[in-house]
Design a protein around this ligand. Structure first.
Ligand code: ATP
Ligand code: LTN
Length: 327
């Protein structure tokens, strides 16, 4: 069975962008692949996190994985910090990564722009991500479009290791959806929807109450004119909303355009809000059940135990090949 690995940061509440761009694919791949789905808490601390919030959000992300449909008896669900091998292999890969490669990463440029003090971990973040993936010899990595560059670097590092030390790692492939790989922000369609955006109105979280979702969508920026037309060049804001509609309703874009022909933005936005509420409400219900059941900790403990066995094998092989004295 081919292997899949992916992760999301507990740096805030998961958004509709996280769901459409990645989490939805996690749930589909679990039926046909050997899956490892992590909450990447070690990555989240590359920007300052309040300790109590980090702990709460780590549990919330794990619970949302399950609420969205990941079955913990099929897929391994765990926290990155519970499998110590991530930090160790991360260091080994940091030493194999070139400064120039890290300097080219657009996520680093975006997240460090305008900040006075930037932690070194934000810079070396991609080396840890490469370690996450290679530790399980993953074949496929389901991610949104913004992670393409990090995946390319992971592939380069796997090649580099194999060339220097002998064939060890599978070269992983990104698994990026054709539609919905880049859900844009509701206040500005030139930025991706991001859970760490300080403007709460710019994103919909998976746990937003129905009325909050309705309000956010009614306030979402639209382009001038009144035509509901998919035209990302000239109508980026409306096109983003249409593509969210298409993802939630599973209707083709042309059908959505036809439904609102001549009606203006009002009825379209109203229905879009109901589509999003309809998608998220059942997930929110399951989320509440999982949190209330008290089962989460044992799920995470078991997931981490299984993942550690696999991770230890690769770490040992890596250390032996690099010349560490492994006893
Ligand atoms: P942050 O804003 O804190 O950087 P993020 O949501 O961008 O967070 P992650 O939580 O690590 O980052 O992302 C998890 C997954 O969701 C990744 O695969 C990422 O590509 C995907 N993703 C994030 N935002 C979007 C988006 N707006 N559209 C589609 N996919 C997305
Ligand atoms: N860098 C990713 C999160 C992430 C990840 C991973 C994704 C960390 N490790 C391994 C896939 C595989 C992000 O910022 N979205």
């Amino acid at each position: 069975m081919k292997r899949v690995l992916s992760g999301m940061q507990p740096s805030g509440q998961l958004t509709l962008g996280n769901y459409i761009g990645a989490l939805k694919n996690f749930t589909e791949l679990q039926h046909t692949h050997d899956c490892y789905f992590m909450v990447v808490d070690l990555h989240a601390i590359t920007v300052p996190q309040e300790p109590a919030a980090l702990r709460e959000q780590s549990e919330a992300v794990a619970a949302l994985y399950i609420a969205a449909g990941i079955d913990p008896s099929k897929a391994n669900v765990f926290l990155q910090s519970h499998v110590r091998q991530h930090a160790e292999l991360g260091w080994l890969f940091t030493t194999l990564t070139y400064m120039g490669e890290l300097e080219r990463m657009t996520q680093f440029k975006d997240k460090s722009a305008g900040k006075d003090s930037v932690g070194a971990g934000l810079f070396t973040y991609p080396s840890l991500m490469a370690a996450d993936i290679l530790l399980y010899n993953a074949d496929l990595v389901p991610v949104g479009d913004d992670q393409k560059q990090h995946l390319e670097l992971t592939r380069d590092l796997a090649h580099r290791f194999n060339q220097r030390f002998g064939d060890t790692y599978t070269i992983p492939e990104p698994y990026i959806p054709q539609v919905g790989a880049r859900v844009m922000s509701l206040d500005d369609a030139s930025n991706k929807m991001s859970k760490s955006n300080p403007n709460q109105g710019s994103f919909i979280t998976m746990l937003d109450a129905p009325d909050v979702i309705r309000k956010k969508i009614s306030r979402a920026v639209t382009d001038s004119g009144r035509e509901v037309k998919f035209d990302p060049q000239n109508k980026p804001e409306v096109s983003n909303l249409i593509s969210i509609y298409a993802q939630c309703s599973k209707k083709p874009v042309a059908e959505i355009e036809a439904m609102y022909d001549g009606q203006g933005y009002g009825p379209f936005k109203k229905d879009l809000a109901e589509q999003v509420v309809g998608l998220l409400e059942p997930i929110q219900e399951r989320y509440r059940d999982i949190r209330a059941s008290g089962e989460l900790h044992s799920i995470l403990r078991e997931g981490a135990e299984r993942a550690s066995v696999q991770a230890e094998k690769m770490l040992r092989a890596t250390k032996e090949k690099m010349g560490f004295l492994v006893l």
